[in-house]
Design a protein. Structure first.
Length: 256
C-alpha cells in the first residue's frame, strides 16, 4: 500500500520522507518489507500522498490458492491457455507474438497480464491491452500492421485485437510502469508485462465494474508468492507442498 500510494502520488522516497518527517531509509525498509509499518504509519503515508485509505473487512478466502499454485508451476503462455477457449487463446498469442517480433515498446496490462502472472480468473475476451508512450502509438500500430477496428481496439491482419492505453488509471504511463515490468517469453520472443504491484495499483484506481475483483485476484497471487517464499525459508518442503498442507488444515468460514 505504501509503495502504491507513493507511486500514484508521483513522489520519490526522499520526497515522501520529507513530508512525513522521517528518514528515506525508513520508507525504503517499509517498501522492501525489511521493517513492518504500523497501521497508523500506513494512514500517515496515504494522507501525505493526498489519498484516503478505504479499509474493508471481508471473509477470509483462500479458494483461489490451489489454482494459483498450479498456474505458477506453468510457463506464462500456458497460464493464458488454461484460462481461455482455443480460439481466444490463439488470437491472444498472435498479438503477443506480433508485439515480440516487432520489438514493440509496449507493456502488457489488463486481463492478459494477470493471466501471464498466474491469476485464476477466466479471460473475458481476446483483446490484449497494452500501455505505450503517447508519441509511440503510431509506430507500434505500424510495426504490427494493425488497423482500426471498433471500441478503440485495433485488429491485426493475422488475427487478434490490440487496445493501446497511454496512461492507465493510477499511473503516469509507460515510463512509470517500465521500472517494474517483467520480460515474458512468447514463442521465442519477449514481451514486457506490468508487474503485479503495478497491476494492483491500476485496478485499485480504476472505476471499472470488475476492478475490485481483479484487485483481489492480483493480491491473491501476491499472497501465494509470499507464502511460497516463506515456506522455502521455513523448511525443506516446496512452496506448493506447504500451501497444500496449510489448506488441508483449514475449516471453511461460513459466509452467512
Amino acid at each position: 500500500m505504501i509503495l502504491m500510494a507513493r507511486r500514484r502520488a508521483q513522489l520519490t522516497q526522499r520526497e515522501l520522507a520529507t513530508r512525513l518527517g522521517c528518514r528515506q531509509a525508513t520508507i525504503a525498509r517499509w517498501e522492501h518489507s525489511d521493517r513492518q509499518p504500523g497501521f497508523q504509519d500506513v494512514q500517515d503515508v496515504v494522507r501525505a500522498c493526498g489519498l484516503q485509505l478505504d479499509a474493508h473487512l471481508l471473509p477470509e478466502d483462500r479458494s483461489w490458492w490451489p489454482q494459483i499454485v498450479t498456474q505458477l508451476g506453468r510457463r506464462p503462455v500456458e497460464r493464458v491457455q488454461q484460462l481461455s477457449p482455443p480460439r481466444v487463446f490463439g488470437d491472444i498469442v498472435t498479438v503477443l507474438t506480433a508485439l515480440a517480433d516487432a520489438d514493440a515498446r509496449v507493456i502488457v496490462i489488463g486481463e492478459v497480464a494477470g493471466a501471464l502472472h498466474g491469476w485464476p480468473l477466466v479471460l473475458s475476451g481476446s483483446v490484449v491491452e497494452v500501455c505505450a508512450r503517447g508519441d509511440a502509438v503510431a509506430t507500434v500500430l505500424e510495426s504490427v500492421g494493425a488497423s482500426e477496428a471498433d471500441a478503440g481496439t485495433h485488429e491485426l491482419p493475422s488475427g487478434g485485437r490490440l487496445l493501446i492505453t497511454n496512461a492507465p488509471n493510477g499511473t503516469l504511463g509507460y515510463a512509470d510502469l517500465a521500472r517494474g515490468s517483467e520480460s515474458v517469453e512468447v514463442d521465442g520472443g519477449e514481451v514486457q508485462v506490468a508487474g503485479l504491484l503495478d497491476l494492483l495499483r491500476i485496478a485499485d484506481a480504476s472505476p471499472d465494474r470488475d476492478a475490485r475483483r481483479d484487485a483481489l485476484a492480483y493480491r491473491a497471487v501476491l499472497d501465494v508468492q509470499h507464502a511460497q517464499a516463506e515456506a522455502r525459508r521455513a523448511d525443506g518442503r516446496t512452496g506448493e507442498e506447504r500451501i497444500q498442507a496449510w489448506l488441508s488444515e483449514q475449516i471453511p468460514i461460513p459466509l452467512a
